[in-house]
Every structure is written in structure tokens, then in C-alpha cells.
Design a protein around this ligand. Sequence first.
Ligand code: SAH
Length: 353
Amino acid sequence: MKKIIQDLSYAELETLILSLGEKKFRAKQLYEGLMQGKAISQISSLSKAFKERLCEEYEDLPVAIKETYRSADGTEKYLFEYADGNLVEGVLMKYKYGFTQCVSTQVGCRMGCKFCASTLNGLIRNLTAGEILCQILIVNALHKKDVLGQGKEARAVTNVVLMGSGEPLDNYDEVLRFLQNVTADGGVCISARNISLSTCGIVPKMYRLADEGIPLNLTVSLHATDDVSRARTMPVAKAYKIEEILKACEYYFKKTGRRYYFEYTLIEGENCDETHAKALIELLKGKPCHVNLIRLNEVKERDLKALADKDAYRFLGMLEKGGLSATLRRQIGVDIGGACGQLRASYLEENDK
Ligand code: SAH
């Protein structure tokens, strides 16, 4: 596989350009083109010969949108295809204040959560920083024209959530590089405060992330109130205890001043009766955190059931009464199907891959 030019920061692009005997200002032209989601060969300010030289070593454009699914509520889901044929999915949610894109950080996942489709065939490979960034660059390019009343620099994607397939902290170095590049001035320049990173709770990496001092929103997938039940649906619970996760979250708060979030997927008969609500309140009461309750997207390969809507609201009510800050996440794009990994899994199945 060729190298990925979108892995490079602006400073690194400059070094590359100079090493190829080109003038420094070419780096700016190249960077601007790349950040607009263009393939190297499409950047009109650069000479054909120079572009061809770059393309001998680097992918022209590492990712393409293979399929787009549009929901009646405006949500879009994409199946992205990388140069080696690997597929990941992404979602674009349209809100009044801007567009939130959900990106994938790995092809597949090795965390093994029972409710999740991304993990059905394990981890295929990590994505590089540039491959992750390209998901945003090409979606941004696609939608830039939708952002009315703004000039050339208009951004369609204003918020990013790392909640697609993969465990971001299991691909730490590339994800960190992605975070640095996506927030850099002059690029797509998305504020760290508008980025949420969701982890199943890899404790040592949570500390490392806190020490990087990036003020993003840290979200932990909790899904249970004690370690034994958590291990039933999340094998990672055998490695890290809830107590350790909570300590790492506190550290994150101390370091960044940012409150943290928990995701709690409601699985019928598993984690959402009154005793669980009480236990959750006991665990989190008084902490600078917010709980996002998620409706389970039933994965056909797994035998887990979603909680009825009225019971989900009842569970939310109990948490609120107990003093927790909590919301039940609005369900969007239901008609285009699927949580993390479901799109890719069904595509692979249909196409018998
Ligand atoms: N690996 C990261 C990102 C995963 S996806 C993590 O574990 O946090 C983002 C969220 O969706 C996680 O909370 C994950 O547990 C949840 N999720 C995965 N599959 C789901 C499903 N079928 N229904 C509802 N939520 C799901």
C-alpha cells in the first residue's frame, strides 16, 4: 500500500516539499487542496509532473464513498472504501448548529462487546490518522455547498464523534495524530471542544490522553453498574474495573477541566431495572459527569433485546430523580439501519465477502 499524505501535518508537508526540491509555497497549495478533500491529482495549482511524482509514493485519495444511505430525517450514512478495499462506515447527523460526523478509527474491532456489530469479525486493521481525517474531508467537501451564507472557508462538519467502528484508544498513536491534525489551524480546524472520543475504558490510555491536554469530550461506554455484569457484555471489563475507570475520569477532569460522559445502552433484562438505576446513581452521584442513555440497536447476530420506550423514559426519570444529569439519546436515522458495524457487516454479507 502507498503512503497516506493526509497523515502529515502542515510542517511535515513543508519538509516533504523542500526535500523534493520544490518551493515552500507549494506546501500551502498542496495542504489547502488536501484539506478541501481533493485528491492529489485534482489540485489545479500544482504541476502535473509534480503531482505524478507525489502519486508514485502516496495514495491519490485514500478513501472513497462507496455507498450513501439517506434517512428521511436528514441523517446520512456512508460506507467508505479504502485503497486496500477495506470498508468502514460513518454517519452524518444534521443539527441546527452544524453537522456532526461520526467517524471510524479501525476496520473492525477486537474489544468483543456482545451488543456491537463492529466486533463480529475481530480487528482487521488500524486506520492511519490521515485515513480517519479523510472521512471528514470528503464528507465536508460533499456538503460545503449546503452551508449557506458562508464563504470559501465554510465548514459543513463542525462536530466530530469518534463512535464509529473501532476502539479509538486501541489505535492510540494514529488517533492522537488525527486529533492534532483535525484541530490544527488552517486545516478543517475543528475545535477540540466539539470532538467526543468514546472508549470502552482502556484505563492506562485514558490517563495518557488526559496528559495530552486536549480539551475534548471524553465518553466512556459503561453499560453496567458492576464489574461482573459488565464483563457479561464487555470482555474489557475483565481487564479494568469500573472503580479504576472512574478514577481515570476524575484525573481527566482534573487535567482538562472538562466534565466527562458515560454511555449506557439499555438492554432489556440486563442492565435497566430499578436496582440498576439505584446502583448507577450510587456510582456517579456528585461527579462532574453526564449520562447518555442509548437505545440498543438490535444486532441480528446477537440475542440482546432493546428496552421498550416507556421503560427507557422511566429509567431516565429514576436517574434524574436521583440527581444525575442524564439524557436519552434521540434515535436518528433508524430507517437507514444500524449501529456501529451493522452497515459494513450487512454489506459484506450481501456481497458474500
Ligand atoms: N469503541 C468505542 C466506540 C464505540 S461506538 C466505545 O466502546 O466506546 C459508540 C457507542 O455505541 C459505544 O457506547 C458502544 O458501546 C455503543 N454501541 C455499540 N453497538 C451498539 C448497539 N448495537 N446498540 C446501541 N449502542 C451500541
